[in-house]
Design a protein. Sequence first.
Length: 123
Amino acid sequence: MDAVRPADPRFVAARQAATWTSLLVAAQAMDVVTTAVDSARGTVESMAMSALLLNGGGLALLLGAKLLLAVAAAASLALAALRIRQGVTASRITFRFALIAVQAATIGLVWVSLSNVALLSSL
């Protein structure tokens, strides 16, 4: 009988990093789209930094900044995933911390996008 080998922790970490980074990029794009539709309907951006980016360069600058943030999050997750080694607790803790931060940001962005849609439906 063959023994079941546990999955390589680096592979699992890389898969989680890729999944959550993809979800973060999708949430960023969804936020930009709902912001654009809201702006077209005459609403004002309430988040100070987003309003500054929209006033300074429009939607292209806002999308660029959001994608740069997603790339930075992806890089931190990827570097943390590469550092995971069997038996090294610090690298696993670092990866978990970075993953939880990306998960929280993604869920927050989805919440903001849903509230933007609710705002659109109330107009």
